[in-house]
Each structure stands twice: as structure tokens, then as C-alpha cells.
Design a protein around this ligand. Structure first.
Ligand SMILES: Cc1ncc(COP(=O)(O)O)c(/C=C/C(=O)C(=O)O)c1O
Length: 376
């Protein structure tokens, strides 16, 4: 039985045997071979399908650690700003821990699937007249001035939890891939992957000065990977502050999850890019929606639009002749397609010549008619 990322990787996380772990069984997600993308780049491409986490996105990895830390510190309430997935995850883990949860979301810019999760778990849901960056500013001020614990990825425990995805990739492949690709919004995830890959590529011992006597006699663990991958991060062209080199005051993209203009982990994301010898570049909404469609129609993997940004990036880099052949690639697809189902029906890449979506056919309850409708 998979025990959740904290128990599975306890020797590499800031916990001890006596820590009360709050978990919904997150982690242990599928690493799925992508035959069509592998053929495209003449290499081996795997998808790290993070939509298979308990609340349907990679955020659960960080939230199990953040809520576990909140409980350890005696918090009674947590707060987060979110484009949707963080709030869905915070609401679920807070419920599991018996904490109240306040979530601040940009008014009218959160997908129905994510909204339904925060509501279902009884979060105090506040829609802010502004964008995600404005919500994060308020959340930080609330945590500074009121008895609420901030669980956004500025909280280092989120990064600790999310680094376990890199461990799982190496454990599954036997070493790090040559390249790892992923979307970049608030930039916590690229920061976490780089931390995980670096830690796994060298001997590891819990930091003795963590103030936790149990760490002082921790054993040193050997390196697991022989190398670290090159990281390629991708922002939506209308919300690409790291690419532009300055904040974007009015970020715009259909990929609402990464509609972020001033990433909290900006510097750490640049460090991950530079230390890994990688890039952070932009992909357009059209390229994102085409990649979203590629995944569902060619690889059998259904994701929400922002999650396809890494795949859009690989396709774009390949068409520019910048994707070397014979390599091993891992692309993190970050959230399940059910989070934002409209794009499965209304994706322009799916519509026919007169702009109709792929509406299901309706016929009378008659087997011959159905057979004809199926073209049998
Ligand atoms: C599906 C999906 N894919 C990619 C990202 C970008 O990850 P980061 O670069 O670590 O921010 C997000 C981020 C969502 C939030 O920031 C939030 O939920 O508040 C996401 O939901």
C-alpha cells in the first residue's frame, strides 16, 4: 500500500517518526510512455501524470507537507491564494486535518472543477477583484497579521513535498532523464524539481542543525542518480514574466492555472534554469491547446490546458530543430483534464470546419441506427 510521499520519502523530508502526517495518499503517480511524442523526437518520452493525485494536481505533494507542518505548529486555520489547484488541495488537506481553510481566488478566473472542490470541502472562498498576484499579496499580509498559516509555495514545506516527484522519476527510470519539461506559473514546481534532482544526485544526510535531535544521528544515504537533467520550463506567452524579464501586470492566457504575472519563486526558477543548463521559454495559447489536444487524442492522457505547456514546449523546440534525438525526456503534466472539461468540448483544435465542437451524437434507441451512426 502506497503510504503518501512523506512516509515514502521520510528520510529526505523535515519530519521524524513522531510527526503526525496529514495525507490523502498523494504521490506514486504514473510515469506513462508517450509513443507519439517519442516518435516525433526520435527518443523516449515519458509523461509524469500528476493529475492522478488525490485532488487531481501536483499541488497535493506540497500540501501534505504544508498542512503537516501547520498541524505541527498548532495552526487552527490556513490561507492560500490560488488560480485554483492550490485552493482545491489546501481545502482537502485542511479538512483531513480539521483546520479551517481560507482561499483567495481571482474573480471569474477559476475553472469550475477547481471551484467545486474548494466549495465541496467547505473552504472559506473569497473571490478577489484582481489577479492571482493580487490574491497572493493579500494572503501574505493576512498570514503576517492574523492567526492563519500561509500554505502557498512561498512556504518552504510546499517545495519540500513537491521535490518528491523528482525522486519518483529517478526511482522509476533508474537514473535522471536527459531533459525534464514542465509548465512554469508561480515557479514553485520547477524550483522543487531542481531541488529534488540535485539532492538525489549526491549523498544525503538530514541537516543536523534542523533543531530536531532525531536528525543528528541520521545515517548518510548514497546518491541515487548519476546526473541531473536539463530543465526546460514553459510559460504562457501572455503570462511570461520570467521570459520577458519583468513582471506582467495584466497576464492573460486560456491556461488560467498559470495566468500569473509576478512569480513568487522567480529567482529560484532562474537558478534552476541556469544551474541545469536549461531554458524558460514561452508557448502561445494556440500551441498549448494543440498540445492539450495531442495528449488526449494521441497519448490517451487528459489534462487541463496549462498542464500541456511542457508538451507544447517540446513540440515547439523540436520544430525549431532544438530537440536532440536519442534522448530520454520526462514531461510533467500537472493537472487532470476534468478540472477544466470545457476545453475537451470547445477546444478550437477539435472543432470542425464550421466551428462546431465535438458534440456527442444523439439517436433513437435502435441498434441499427446506432450501428449506422458508428459507421459499422
Ligand atoms: C495545473 C497547473 N499547472 C502548472 C502550474 C504552475 O506551477 P507553479 O509554477 O509551481 O506555480 C499550476 C499552478 C497553480 C497555482 O499556482 C495555483 O493553484 O494557485 C497549475 O495549477
Amino acid at each position: 500500500q502506497w503510504r503518501g510521499v512523506i512516509r515514502e520519502y521520510a528520510e529526505r523530508l523535515p519530519v521524524t517518526e513522531s510527526t503526525e502526517v496529514i495525507t490523502l495518499g498523494e504521490g506514486g503517480t504514473p510515469l506513462v510512455h508517450a509513443p507519439a511524442l517519442s516518435a516525433l523526437v526520435d527518443g523516449t518520452v515519458y509523461l509524469k501524470v500528476e493529475g492522478m493525485n488525490p485532488t487531481g494536481s501536483f499541488k497535493d505533494r506540497g500540501m501534505t507537507m504544508a498542512i503537516t507542518s501547520a498541524v505541527a505548529e498548532g495552526a487552527k486555520a490556513v490561507v492560500c491564494a490560488s488560480t485554483g489547484n492550490t485552493s482545491a488541495s489546501a481545502a482537502a488537506y485542511a479538512t483531513q486535518a480539521g483546520l479551517t481553510c481560507a482561499v483567495l481566488v481571482p474573480a471569474g478566473k477559476i475553472s469550475m472543477g477547481k471551484l467545486s472542490q474548494a466549495v465541496a470541502h467547505g473552504a472559506e472562498l473569497i473571490q478577489i477583484d484582481g489577479n492571482f498576484d493580487g490574491c497572493l499579496d493579500i494572503a501574505r499580509k493576512l498570514a503576517e497579521n492574523y492567526p492563519v498559516f500561509l500554505v502557498n509555495s512561498v512556504n518552504p514545506s510546499r517545495i519540500e513535498g513537491q521535490k518528491t516527484a523528482a525522486f519518483e522519476v529517478v526511482d522509476a527510470l533508474g537514473d535522471a532523464p536527459d531533459y525534464h519539461l514542465l509548465p512554469v506559473g508561480n515557479a514553485g514546481n520547477i524550483t522543487a524539481y531542481w531541488k529534488g534532482y540535485q539532492e538525489y544526485a549526491q549523498p544525503w544526510k538530514k541537516p543536523a542543525n534542523s533543531g530536531n535531535p532525531a536528525h543528528d544521528d541520521a545515517v548518510e544515504l548514497p546518491a541515487v542518480a548519476t546526473k541531473t537533467p536539463i530543465l526546460w520550463g514553459f510559460q504562457a506567452a501572455g503570462a511570461a514574466p520570467i521570459v520577458a524579464g519583468h513582471p506582467i501586470t495584466e497576464p492573460e492566457t486560456v491556461a488560467t492555472a498559470i495566468r500569473i504575472g509576478n512569480p513568487a519563486s522567480w529567482e529560484k526558477a532562474e537558478a534552476a534554469r541556469d544551474e541545469s543548463g536549461g531554458v524558460i521559454e514561452a508557448v502561445t495559447d494556440e500551441e498549448i491547446l494543440a498540445a492539450h489536444r495531442w495528449l488526449s487524442s494521441k497519448e490517451g492522457v487528459f489534462v487541463e490546458p496549462a498542464s500541456a505547456s511542457g508538451v507544447a514546449g517540446l513540440i515547439k523546440k523540436h520544430s525549431a530543430g532544438a530537440a536532440p534525438a536519442g534522448k530520454t525526456w520526462v514531461i510533467t503534466v500537472t493537472g487532470h483534464g476534468l478540472k477544466d472539461p470545457d476545453w475537451a468540448i470547445n477546444n478550437p483544435a477539435l472543432q470542425n470546419e464550421n466551428g462546431e465542437g465535438a458534440q456527442p451524437t444523439q439517436v433513437p434507441q435502435d441498434v441499427e441506427t446506432v450501428a449506422r451512426a458508428l459507421g459499422l
